[in-house]
Structure formats: C-alpha cells, structure tokens
Design a binder for this molecule. Structure first.
Ligand SMILES: Nc1ncnc2c1ncn2[C@@H]1O[C@H](COP(=O)(O)OP(=O)(O)OP(=O)(O)O)[C@@H](O)[C@H]1O
Ligand SMILES: O=c1[nH]c(=O)c2[nH+]cn([C@@H]3O[C@H](COP(=O)(O)O)[C@@H](O)[C@H]3O)c2[nH]1
Ligand SMILES: NC(=O)CC[C@H](N)C(=O)O
Ligand SMILES: [Mg+2]
Length: 529
C-alpha cells in the first residue's frame, strides 16, 4: 500500500488501475482486490517516474468518456507500455492500448450500450472455460477495427468485431466490454484469468495478511512514540485502534469525544463494548458545551463541518495531559493521532486525483491547518467491507464490525439549520424511535444506515388533538450500499414506516410530519449535509 498524500503507508506492490476519467475506476480496483491482489487507482497523466515509483505488478487501463483520436484525448505515456509490466485494457483503455501499439480504432456506427452477446469460441486464454456465447455489458461508440500486430483477437460482438485481444508473450490483453460490472456475469472470471493466467500473479491479498501488513506499517511509522486514537464506537476506529494496539501495545490510548451530537446510548456503548472487547485504555472528553457554543448561529453545512473538524482536534489536544498523567513531567509527548479514515472519506473530501470536494469529512477535509499531531491512518485506502474483514480477522466481536456507520459530526449534519440543544434532544428521540422499530422489524442487516434528519428550517401545518400545529418534518433516509460510494434507498415495508411515523409524530414534540427520502446516491448523498 502506498499513499501519495503523506507517504506514510507503504506495502504490497499494487496492480495500478489507470483512471481515464472512468465511472468505474475504483470499482475495478475493488474487483482486483476481490481476486485477492492488492490494487490502487492512479491518474492517467502520472509520469513514467510516478508509475515506476509505485512499483506496480500490472496495469489495468480504465474506460473513459473521450474518443482516442480526439485532439485532447487522455493517453498514458507510451513508454509506460514498454516497461515490461502486464497490461489489461478495458473499453477506452482497450482502445487506447490498441492505438498506442499500432492497431486501428474508429467510429463505424456500431455503438453498443447495455447488454450484448460476446462470442469467444475457445481461442486464447481470457475466456477459456467460459461459454462460447456470454452476455456482457457494453458502453461504447468507438471500436477497435484492427488489433495491433502480435495480438490475437479472442472475442467479438455484433458492434465490435475486435471485442477482446491478447498477446501472451507481452502479457497484455484487453476487452471492449466492462468485466467489472455485475451485469457482465463472467466478468470477474475474465479479469481474474488476466491476473492469474496472463500476468502470472499470485492471489495473496487476504484479510489476514492485510492485517499483518498494516500492523507492521503502523509499528514502523510510530516507532517508540506514543499515540492516541479517536474512538467513536464505529467500525473504522475500532479496527484502526485494534491494529495500532497490536503494533504498539499500551503506548496507545483511545480518546472518545462526547461532543453532545451523539445518538441516545452511544457514550455508554463505547465505554462498555470496545473496552470490554480489547481491554484498551480509554479517556473520555466532555466537550458538548464547547461544540454547541462554537456551532451557535451556524447553518451552512461546510462551515459546520470545519468547526467540528477543528473542535475534534482541540478535544484530542485537551486529552493529552490526561493521557500522559505523570509521564508529562518526564518529558513524554503524544506525537501521533490515529483515525479510522477510509477511502470514501478521502475521495468525498476532494482528496482523490482531480476529484471534486463533495463534503469535507471532519477527519480529512475538516481538519484545521495547525494540526500538530502526525496522522496514522492505516485504513485510508480501503473500503468498509474490506475494513470489516480486517476487523473480523483481528477478532473484534460482530456487534462492533457489523455496526451501521454513523458520521463523526453526528446529529449536527442531520439538523438542516442551526444546531441547538433543544433540536438535538428532539432529533435524538426521533432517531431512537426509528432505530428501535427498524431493529424490531429485523431490517438492520438489509440497511446500510438510516439517517434520521430534522428539517429545522422548514415548518408545515398539521392538526393534532383538533388544534393547529406548525411543526417540523422528520426525514427518514434508509439506504442500501456496498461501500457508501453509491447507494439506493431501501424499500422498507409500509407497515414498518407506518409504525415509525405514528410513533414519531405522537412522541416527539414539535414534529407533525414524517417523510421518506426516495433518492439514490447519486444524485443525492447519504447524509443531508
Ligand atoms: N466521537 C468521537 N470521538 C473520537 N473520535 C471520533 C469520534 N467520532 C469520529 N471519530 C474519529 O473520526 C473517524 C472517522 O469517523 P467515522 O464515523 O467515519 O468512522 P467510525 O465512527 O470509526 O466508523 P463508522 O463509519 O462505522 O461510524 C473515526 O474513525 C474516529 O477516528
Ligand atoms: O466520519 C464521518 N465524517 C463525516 O464528516 C462524514 N460525512 C458523511 N459520513 C458518512 O460517510 C458515508 C457517505 O456519506 P455521504 O453520502 O453523505 O457523503 C455515510 O456513511 C455517512 O454517514 C461521514 N463520516
Ligand atoms: N466506456 C468507455 O470507456 C467508452 C470509450 C469511448 N469513449 C467510446 O465511446 O467508445
Ligand atoms: Mg462513525
């Protein structure tokens, strides 16, 4: 693992997915990791030196919106194809590779969008053992007309006479279709055949050796220093803390910040469950008053996020004297702050290559400039399901690794409008009702998470007890997801929605309406702010 942002994490040699502006670059990296080979994404305009520095075992060229023969078409430096590294091209990557190696790409009108049939009747290695005709998912205007010299054509579709090619001597291959999407039912097998049979890679990336590699990296990074870990009760910080505890033992102290933006019961849960499972040392910071006064009068979401990011750090700094106790007199210092940051937190905060800032996650884009700790973020390149696998490997209990995510800024980003103590109390009650009923209905496993949102700046007219009310709506936002990068709204049974709606409007003062958010991500995000 490498992390170009701060160079802190280094590990197994990756398969680099070269991003040509694809919708699916991260998805390809995930699929490679599902084949148990470590993988990361790199921008297409990285230099030969940057490629070489990441020391890849193979390249996968992604799809992309351009035409390879357009003036400003993105391309990788042809020298990269001469490095002797195995290469697999997908869609635009396939076309780009064909052109760079002397083949012909053109738009002859044979475009295909969606399902089509690939004919691959036994020639070559990519499709060996698969049906001679298989459905594949396409999304292209252009097509390779002539494969480069030395490449065997091993598949075709009605719109793409050259839909797959390979050159075993050069360990290169490519396909016009998208093997990474689930709509290509044999796609994962094709990608895996490239990795194992053509590139000759061994499947060694498992939760067990990810955990071992991460423990080793953390031990190297922290040396004989002292660290604190921001512990929230969520999956990511629990796994990060367990890794760091393995690496540096009791030189780690966990710090839980009670910022007053938590859900009912959360503080008790962190104190009992995590400490019970790991025996870690825990310091709790009471910071509710500070967070509330700093947030007073603020309704802009990004401003809230920046304030919260800053106050988290101030709380961690404030905890240091408790953590050190008598050791402060001996000159000991806490130099390292461990956070359970994951890849989606980094991309959404605009930390990917050329990616937009969607929202500043408190632990990434929301950090203050004057941060004095060195960050230790062992999970920074992983997705949540990978983190859960590492957590299980480390022996953390299912109640912790299976838990639904809850954002660090807590209920503050679920109150649309200013955050006040009264509004927090109201939202906490509504949230508790929704969680109780979803759990009672046995739906927790189906739901990724269900934000409950208070539209504090919106009022509508209701009639309660024969009188007029002018109250606030509560939004239910149940979503299903694999990794929080995309999500769909969960189809909760009407009977369960009915119970939640009735209970919230009966039991929560000032709320006279409950609405359901039926938006996927994209275009919506999971949280409202
Ligand atoms: N109340 C808190 N006290 C201390 N640290 C926190 C708190 N909330 C969040 N953090 C820190 O911020 C990081 C990011 O928060 P995030 O909610 O994404 O992760 P998590 O809570 O560990 O897992 P999950 O996403 O499952 O809730 C955490 O991993 C943790 O290091
Ligand atoms: O710790 C966090 N700090 C944050 O600032 C933050 N913002 C969103 N989230 C969580 O990230 C996932 C994606 O959320 P969005 O679709 O709302 O961007 C969802 O799981 C959100 O709950 C956060 N977690
Ligand atoms: N999905 C893709 O990579 C498309 C490649 C190229 N833009 C085409 O239309 O053919
Ligand atoms: Mg959390």
């Amino acid at each position: 693992m490498t992390d170009s942002a701060d160079g802190a994490i280094e590990g197994p040699r990756p398969v680099l997915v070269v991003d040509f502006g694809a919708q699916y670059a991260q998805l390809i990296a995930r699929r490679v990791r599902e084949a148990r080979i470590y993988s990361e994404v790199i921008a297409h305009d990285a230099t030969v030196e940057e490629f070489a520095a990441r020391n890849p075992v193979a390249l996968v060229l992604s799809g992309g919106p351009s035409s390879v023969y357009a003036d400003d078409a993105p391309a990788i430096d042809p020298a990269i194809l001469e490095l002797g590294i195995p290469v697999f091209g997908i869609c635009y990557g396939f076309q780009s590779m064909a052109k760079a190696l002397g083949g012909v790409v053109a738009n002859t009108g044979g475009r295909e969008f969606g399902r089509t049939t690939l004919t691959a009747d036994g020639a070559g290695v990519l499709h060996q053992g698969l049906p001679a005709e298989q459905p594949v998912w396409m999304s292209h205007n252009d097509a390779v007309q002539v494969a480069p010299e030395g490449f065997e054509v091993v598949g075709s579709t009605p719109g793409a006479p050259v839909a797959a090619f390979e050159n075993l001597d050069r360990r290169m291959a490519g396909v016009q279709y998208h093997p990474e999407v689930l709509h290509s039912p044999h796609g994962q097998q094709v990608l895996t055949r490239f990795l194992y049979e053509i590139a000759g890679l061994e499947p060694t990336w498992t939760a067990a050796n990810i955990a071992d590699a991460l423990v080793e990296q953390v031990a190297d990074q922290i040396g004989d220093g002292l660290a604190i870990c921001g512990l929230s009760g969520g999956v990511d910080s629990a796994v990060a803390a367990a890794l760091v505890q393995r690496a540096i033992g009791d030189r780690l102290t966990c710090v839980f910040v009670d910022h007053g933006l938590l859900r009912a019961g959360e503080r008790e849960q962190v104190q009992h469950e995590f400490v019970g499972a790991t025996g870690a040392r825990l310091v709790t910071v009471d910071a509710a008053e500070t967070f509330l006064s700093e947030l007073a009068g603020v309704s802009d979401p990004e401003t809230k996020r920046k304030i919260i990011g800053r106050e988290f750090i101030r709380s961690f700094e404030g905890a240091v004297s408790d953590v050190l106790g008598d050791r402060a007199a001996a000159g000991d210092k806490v130099d390292f702050l461990v956070q359970g940051t994951l890849y989606p937190d980094v991309v959404e905060s605009g930390g990917g290559s050329g990616t937009a800032n969607i929202k500043s996650h408190h632990n990434v884009g929301g950090l203050p400039d004057d941060l004095e700790f060195t960050l230790v973020e062992p999970l920074r390149l992983l997705f949540k399901d990978e983190v859960r696998a590492v957590g299980r490997e480390l022996g953390l209990p299912e109640e912790i690794v299976g838990r639904q995510p809850f954002p660090g800024p807590g209920l503050a980003i679920r109150i649309v409008g200013e955050v006040t103590a009264d509004r927090l109390a109201l939202l906490r009650t509504a949230d508790q009702i929704a969680r109780e009923e979803l759990t009672a209905a046995g739906l927790d496993g189906q739901i990724w998470q269900c934000p409950v949102v208070l539209l504090a700046d919106v009022r509508s007219v209701g009639v309660q007890g024969d009188g007029r009310t002018y109250g606030h709506p509560i939004v239910l936002r149940p979503v299903s997801s694999e990794d929080a990068m995309t999500a769909d709204w969960t189809r909760i049974p009407y009977e369960v929605l009915e119970i939640i709606s009735t209970r919230i409007t009966n039991e929560v003062p000032d709320v006279n309406r409950v609405v359901l958010d039926v938006t996927s991500k994209p275009p919506g995000t999971i949280e409202w702010e």
